[in-house]
Design a protein. Structure first.
Length: 288
């Protein structure tokens, strides 16, 4: 049994790099995903994941699968879409979710169109779904750097983000803290989506942010325990997904997201904090 669980990672360097890369993405992305669920921004994150596609696609058209080019392209596109959506929401009668959805659709169509100019389905699959089993050392350093920067920024924004989750009106009345927290959090979303893009592709990147956070809500109640639980679930999902990919010849990115999805469904059913079984068949209390 030990050989089945640890053999692929002890014998193959590409599996070791895939595991390290996925864990590095989890460290930065999962805490951000937790605040996304608490702030009801899960679908916003999904839109932002697709918004980075045109920048990555244009960079791909100009530089090929260059690590620096794809990173800068995705980062610039994500920040531009986030800024434009916020500006439209504050300058017109449209809500931010509507303006973001509009830009997301435009971005997705533009990105696929640009990628198709090279007429290579293999490259299109790589950009959309990633190839975590092909991570090299340079990409690992990039993922680790983004995760480290994300943790530092999260620590700086932690208090205003918590206050905004509890009482957004209070934070808005306190001066510039609300804008700093909002745009700082959008920046955190974008850089972690770019990291997830390198590992899992633009279509799968949001899964590693949202699914562990959603599953942990059925097991923990306090914010600290929610973050720790979600990170542990993210680690377990990445590990399990890579094993499934190795033994059953599955695409690694979708296998990781499916593993996290299975954890979410199990948590939904048997979770101690609001799971179906716990809700409909609560424990009986002793009565005197």
């Amino acid at each position: 049994m030990d050989a089945l669980l640890s053999g692929p990672f002890s014998e193959y360097a590409f599996m070791q790099r895939a595991l390290v890369g996925s864990l590095a993405v989890c460290v930065g992305a999962v805490p951000v995903g937790m605040f996304m669920t608490l702030r009801r921004m899960s679908l916003t994150g999904d839109a932002m994941a697709h918004a980075i596609l045109p920048g990555a696609a244009i960079a791909y058209l100009l530089t090929g699968l260059s690590l620096i080019g794809l990173t800068l392209g995705g980062l610039v596109a994500g920040l531009v879409v986030a800024a434009l959506a916020g500006w439209v929401a504050r300058s017109t009668h449209l809500k931010e979710d509507t303006s973001l959805a509009a830009f997301y659709l435009i971005s997705l169509a533009l990105g696929v169109l640009v990628i198709s100019l090279k007429r290579s389905n293999v490259d299109l699959f790589h950009v959309l779904f990633g190839n975590i089993l092909a991570l090299d050392n340079a990409t690992l350093w990039l993922l680790a750097s983004i995760g480290s920067v994300s943790l530092v920024l999260m620590a700086l924004l932690y208090r205003p983000l918590v206050i905004e989750c509890v009482d957004p009106s209070f934070l808005r009345c306190s001066g510039h803290a609300s804008s700093t927290a909002h745009y700082g959090f959008l920046f955190l979303m974008v850089i972690n989506l770019v990291a997830g893009f390198h590992a899992l592709g633009t279509l799968m990147a949001i899964g590693i942010m949202i699914l562990p956070a959603a599953a942990s809500r059925f097991w923990a109640k306090t914010l600290d325990s929610l973050i720790i639980t979600s990170v542990l679930i993210g680690f377990a999902g990445c590990y399990t997904g890579l094993l499934l990919s190795f033994y059953f010849d599955l695409p690694a990115g979708p296998a990781i997201v499916i593993s996290l999805g299975v954890v979410y469904v199990i948590s939904l059913i048997i979770g101690l904090n609001g799971g179906f079984l716990n809700q409909y068949y609560p424990k009986r209390h002793l009565t005197g």
